[in-house]
Each structure stands twice: as structure tokens, then as C-alpha cells.
Design a protein around this ligand. Structure first.
Ligand code: NAD
Length: 365
């Protein structure tokens, strides 16, 4: 599996990074948080996982982390909306990876107040706690490609089961950070507002904050469902021989990034915090790792012999027909680039889901 062979960057010990001072990961029991916590603890860091376990599957990730690293793991089951608790925790950490979030567009449409509360108020709580602490740890926050809206001005055509850019003048490198913000859906608004607060706390208060605007991330320990985490969702459906539903025509394209590459981007960013601070970066698999939903379904058929029965439903609000990240800004500043190709990444997730099923640990939650 990739997870065992991938060569991660090591956390360097400059910038006064004392091993006994913990790293805080909000949303640390979620998919991305658990993967980062695992890698940091393997490297000798102490990690505080701060999570309210609202995401189905997060308690399984927490159990996995506790089994693997009982000594280095500190757990705080709490909500980022509780300012007093988060303030107390932030008083003694060396960096904050802020991942806790309401993560689904669908949920945000059903319950925009809740979405706002968690994503905007929760993020502001973290920034305020950092600003008023005596140590001001750096904050790396995960935003989303959704802040760029529907991207309807980019002319597209369909070619072989995917949307492609239809005319010259639009960069095949993908979408860069100069793209104007254009929030759509309450989730787009709340993540976008939080993203802007994080950047503003750097401008107004001089904090060392960084925003990653991420495309589609996939990998082990992702409890993907129809609303979020579609690569894993489709693989699970294939393995469990269940039908799938595609919203839209299935030609929509995303660049996908294996979680190990993302973890490496976080560790690289932490090592280079003096270079990257007060900046925003688009992070994804880039043009070489872009795939449409129909192509992914074909891959799954080709690679694993699984033919899925597909139902179609209307497009969902805010869904982009084409989004591919231009990751060259982050590459120029840190040297980071995605290393796991889609084929190897899919194998990794397939094995994870398959092994869990064989151990009778139901992945569908
Ligand atoms: N996975 C992706 O493809 C992707 C893409 C773009 C952006 N992101 C962002 O990355 C971050 C992590 O995403 P993920 O895929 O790991 O999601 P996830 O749902 O697996 O993890 C989020 C975690 O946050 C916790 N949480 C939710 N609300 C909370 C609250 N109020 N207080 C404390 N904890 C809370 C959940 O229990 C969960 O464990 C999110 O900010 C998400 O918006 C993810």
C-alpha cells in the first residue's frame, strides 16, 4: 500500500519546534485530520485531536489513532463553537491545523445557520484564541475550490466522457489563486468567509496564517458519502455491489489528490512557514490527476472488474462542471508537487475498503 511506502517529508526542528509542545488539529478525527495526526505522531510529535465526533466514522478514526499511538495522542472531544475550551487548548500549542468544519454543500442548504455557526463562528473562535494567546501559533486552515463559484465563464465542451476547456485563452494549468472569489451555496459562503477571516488576521493582526483552497482529496480513513468524498464513495459502492447516483451528466471534472500528498503539503508548509505565511494556495492533484465521474467509474470497472448500476439525478446547486487546481504557486514557494497518480491512489483506497470489509469493519456508515 502507498501508505507504507510513501516518503513523507520530516518535520524539521527549526523555529523552536519543541517535541513536547503539542500540535493542535481541529477536526483531527476526520479523514484529513486523522491522516495528519497519524503521520505527525509517527514522526515523534504530540498531537491534540480536538473534535466533536459529529462526522459519522470519526469515532472509528479516533479509535485507530488511539490504538496506534496511545502515548502521543491527546484527545479533546469538544466543539470549536465553545470559545472558552478552544482558547484554553490553544494557549499551549505550537501550530494549529484547523480542519473542523461542516463539510457538505447539501447540509449547508438544509441548515445554513448551523453551517455558518460551525464554519464562520468556529473559525473566528480559533483566530481570536490565537490572537489573544501569548504564543500566537501559526494557523493552517483548509478552505475549498467552492469559493470560486460555478466558473460559468470558462467555455467548455464535452470530449470522451469529460468536460474540457473549449477555447484558447483559458489556462490549461488550471485555476490559480488570482481567480475572483464568487461564493455560491451557504457552504461556499461560510468557507469563503472563514478563508477571508484567516487571511485578514494575518493582515490586520500580523498572525502567521495560511489558507489551502483544496480540490478533491481522497484516501484511506475517508468515510465518504454521496455528499462529500465521492472517490471513496464510488469505490465503496463498487465493493459492496450497490447502485450509485450521479448528479448531472457525470462529465464533471476534478483534480484529485491522494491524502498522503496533502499531508506532505502540510508538513512542507509547516517547515516553510516563514516563506508561505500570510498566503493562500490552491492545492489539488493538478491537471495530471484530473478525472471525470464517468472516467472514474470506467477505471473502477477496468481495474477491479466492478460494473456499477448508475442512476442519474439533476445537477446540484453550486456544482462546478470543471475544476482543476493550478498548484504552481505552492510548488514555486516550497518545491511540493503531487506524487501519487490516480491509478496508484485508487488501488490504495480500494485495498483499505476491501481489508476493512474482510475484517467486518463496516466502512459504510
Ligand atoms: N475532503 C475533501 O475533499 C476536502 C476538500 C476541500 C476542503 N476540505 C476541507 O478540509 C477539512 C477536513 O475535511 P475532511 O474531508 O477531513 O472532513 P471530515 O468530515 O472527515 O472531518 C471534519 C471533522 O471535523 C469534525 N467537526 C465538525 N464540526 C465540528 C465542530 N463544530 N467542532 C469540532 N469538530 C467538528 C467532524 O467530526 C470531523 O471529524 C474541512 O475543513 C473541509 O471543508 C476537504
Amino acid at each position: 500500500m502507498i501508505t507504507n511506502t510513501y516518503r513523507f517529508n520530516n518535520v524539521n526542528e527549526k523555529n523552536g519546534k519543541k517535541r513536547d509542545v503539542p500540535v493542535l488539529i481541529t477536526g483531527g478525527a476526520g479523514f484529513i485530520g486523522a491522516n495528519l495526526a497519524h503521520q505527525l505522531m509517527l514522526q515523534g510529535e504530540t498531537v491534540i485531536v480536538y473534535d466533536n465526533l459529529s462526522r459519522p466514522g470519526s469515532e472509528k478514526n479516533l479509535r485507530w489513532l488511539a490504538d496506534e499511538h496511545s502515548e502521543r495522542l491527546k484527545i479533546c472531544i469538544n466543539d470549536i463553537r465553545n470559545y472558552n475550551t478552544i482558547k484554553e487548548v490553544i494557549g499551549n500549542v505550537k501550530i494549529v491545523f484547523h480542519f473542523a468544519s461542516q463539510v457538505a454543500v447539501t447540509t449547508s442548504i438544509e441548515n445554513p445557520l448551523y453551517d455558518f455557526d460551525v464554519n464562520v463562528k468556529g473559525t473566528l473562535n480559533i483566530l481570536e484564541a490565537v490572537r489573544t494567546s501569548s504564543v500566537h501559533p501559526p494557523v493552517i486552515m483548509t478552505s475549498t475550490n467552492k469559493v470560486y463559484g460555478g466558473l460559468r465563464d470558462i467555455p467548455l465542451k464535452i470530449k470522451n466522457n469529460r468536460y474540457v476547456i473549449a477555447s484558447n485563452g483559458y489556462d490549461e494549468m488550471g485555476i490559480d489563486e488570482m481567480r475572483p472569489l464568487d461564493f455560491q451555496s451557504p457552504y461556499g459562503c461560510s468557507k469563503g468567509a472563514a478563508d477571508q477571516y484567516v487571511l485578514d488576521y494575518a493582515k490586520t493582526y500580523g498572525l502567521d496564517t495560511v489558507v489551502f483552497r483544496m480540490s478533491c482529496i481522497y484516501g484511506p480513513h475517508q468515510f465518504g458519502n454521496e455528499d462529500q468524498g465521492w472517490v471513496v464513495h464510488f469505490l465503496k459502492k463498487a465493493i459492496y455491489d450497490e447502485d450509485i447516483c450521479i448528479y448531472g451528466d457525470g462529465c464533471q471534472v476534478r483534480d484529485v489528490l491522494h491524502v498522503n500528498d496533502l499531508i506532505d503539503a502540510f508538513i512542507t508548509g509547516w517547515n516553510e512557514i516563514d516563506t508561505i505565511r500570510r498566503n493562500v494556495f490552491n492545492i489539488g492533484g493538478g491537471p495530471e490527476n484530473s478525472v471525470s465521474i464517468l472516467e472514474l467509474i470506467d477505471y473502477i470497472h477496468e481495474l477491479y472488474g466492478k460494473k456499477m448500476i448508475v442512476q442519474y439525478a439533476p445537477w446540484r446547486t453550486g456544482d462546478q462542471k470543471y475544476y482543476v487546481s493550478d498548484v504552481s504557486k505552492y510548488n514555486r514557494q516550497t518545491g511540493w508537487y503531487p506524487k501519487v497518480n490516480v491509478r496508484n491512489g485508487l488501488d490504495d483506497v480500494y485495498n483499505w475498503v476491501y481489508q476493512a470489509r474482510n475484517k467486518d469493519e463496516h466502512i459504510i456508515v
